[in-house]
Ligand binder design. Structure first.
Ligand code: UDX
Length: 468
């Protein structure tokens, strides 16, 4: 792998355009740092909304903001797909992204602009690049399994073969074409009031890949070799190489720095608290930046944690509970867990997962959280809520076997049992051992000669992109 640091940029310049939500922004910024560390000149083209803080990145990274926003009426909803479509529409209408790309292309300085790397959901950015004759690479921030699943042809197949729409009687049916998935792991558009927008986003996800010169995936060979092999086959005849470069949050080695990409302030008091806890004893609980739970589910989580008698660190993010900004804890909760429970609004998650006191992660299986847990060898209690989280929860339990899957109605007795199983019982010991094995594998992929570093080198050095 090439080192680089802040040395002069050689070869080429690239523009990176992230989707401005935490789970998508972070991997793009980590990719920006990895390319920068290899001497590629990088400009991050981002919305002023949820803008990254340049002070958290090496001085050589350039940042350009566009003023596009999601209209207020859509931004106020919980509908993530509608937000993505509205942002794309705003970008198409304003032409700001196109103008910004055009002025970067028009600059007469070296190195020249070689391509746009964009989030797979931002078709507006790709369209702007296409209009200017600028090649694109698509960044898929989720798993390889979900890259194959969330395509319009896959969804056509799922409907044609009767898996979807899901019914009460077929929920447990295996999807033979997509093992280990069952019907209940599929994101079912028919459950949503506006099915058309789901079809729209699936078609766009397919098109953004087909119209790109290559696909960058935030996963690694040892984790999803089978899925990656199939993607390679499926894209080969279109001449689109896939590159598995993950986990992106650890692609830049610690010597090179590593970006702080959190959009919210992280409460570091939890690290001091973890320092007082026994090794491997604490369950870390966090459901990422966007999902919601109902008031009832929140109560079941709270009392399940109390009744488990295990130490825990719980992130109760503002807005976690549907319809409530700042959720109150139930009466008697804090006194019941005094000394063994800590509740905060937002954590330095990667540092928490790396802390020796943490022995388990109750997660919604957002892809970043999943990769961060895998990297630290922390076994999971999976409670996927929607979209890609559902298949990922199934992979955690059935393929990698590094966690327990909490399905069905959330109920305090089941929560208590699952926590004890993960943290104490024989099944938990085996799960922990496999999580540690996988940790060794991910670290090998990130070694200088490992598959993920090699994959970045391939596209930064390749004749096709001339990035270096
Ligand atoms: C969203 C989708 O919900 C998810 O399904 C998809 O895979 C990615 O986009 P999000 O729900 O926020 O993401 O989850 P996740 O992908 O896990 O990303 C959350 C990020 O926030 C992680 O990088 C995590 O380290 C960070 N985080 C989370 C914190 O820094 N502090 C916290 O307290 C919680």
């Amino acid at each position: 792998m090439a080192g680089g640091g802040d040395g002069p940029a050689r070869g080429a310049r690239v523009v990176l355009c992230p989707l401005p939500f935490q789970g998508h922004l972070s991997p793009m910024l980590h990719l920006a740092e990895a390319l920068h560390a290899r001497g590629v000149a990088v400009t991050v083209l981002h919305t002023a909304f949820n803008a990254p803080d340049p002070a958290h990145h090496p001085a050589g990274l350039a940042f350009v903001a566009v003023p596009d926003v999601i209209p207020e009426a859509v931004a106020a909803t919980n509908n993530g797909i509608a937000k993505i479509l509205a942002l794309n529409a705003a970008m198409e209408a304003s032409g700001h992204v196109r103008d910004a790309l055009a002025s970067l292309l028009a600059e007469e300085r070296e190195p020249r602009l070689a391509c746009l790397i964009f989030d797979s959901t931002l078709s507006a950015a790709q369209n702007a690049a296409a209009g200017l004759g600028l090649p694109t690479l698509v960044l898929q921030t989720g798993s390889a399994a979900c890259f194959r699943l969330f395509r319009s042809d896959t969804y056509d197949m799922l409907h044609d073969r009767g898996y979807l729409p899901a019914t009460e009687s077929n929920l447990h049916m295996p999807v033979e074409e997509l093992p280990p998935l069952q019907v209940r792991d599929l994101f079912d558009p028919s459950k949503l009031p506006n099915k058309e927008i789901v079809h729209k986003i699936l078609s766009r996800a397919t098109e953004t890949t087909t119209n790109s010169s290559g696909a960058i995936l935030n996963t690694f060979e040892a984790l999803e070799s089978h899925e990656l092999a199939m993607i390679r086959d499926e894209l080969a005849h279109k001449g689109i190489p896939p590159f598995a470069v993950g986990p992106l949050h650890k692609l830049v080695t610690s010597n090179d720095g590593g970006a702080e990409t959190s959009l919210l302030n992280q409460d570091r008091s939890c690290i001091e608290w973890l320092d007082t806890q026994a090794p491997g004893s604490v369950l870390y609980v966090s459901f990422g930046s966007v999902v919601h739970v109902t008031q009832d589910e929140f109560m079941e989580m709270a009392w399940g944690l109390v009744n488990s008698s295990k130490p825990f660190l719980w992130v109760v993010r503002r807005g976690l509970v549907l319809g409530v900004d700042k959720q109150e804890l139930p009466d008697g909760f804090m006194s019941a867990v005094e000394g063994r429970g800590k509740v905060i609004e937002w954590a330095p998650q990667q540092e928490v997962l790396a802390h020796p006191a943490v022995g388990g992660f109750w997660t919604h299986n957002g892809w970043n959280s999943t990769l961060e847990s895998i990297y630290e060898g922390v076994p999971m209690l999976s409670r996927p809520i929607f979209g890609d989280q559902l298949p990922t929860g199934r992979y955690v339990r059935d393929i990698w076997r590094i966690g327990i899957l909490l399905e069905g109605v959330l109920e305090r007795g089941e929560v208590e049992k699952a926590i004890k199983k993960l943290m104490d019982e024989d099944e938990g010991v085996e799960i922990r051992r496999r999580a540690k094995d996988l940790k060794e594998k991910v670290r090998m992929c990130l070694d200088s000669s490992g598959s993920s570093q090699q994959a970045v080198d391939k596209h930064t050095y390749s004749d096709k992109f001339h990035l270096y």
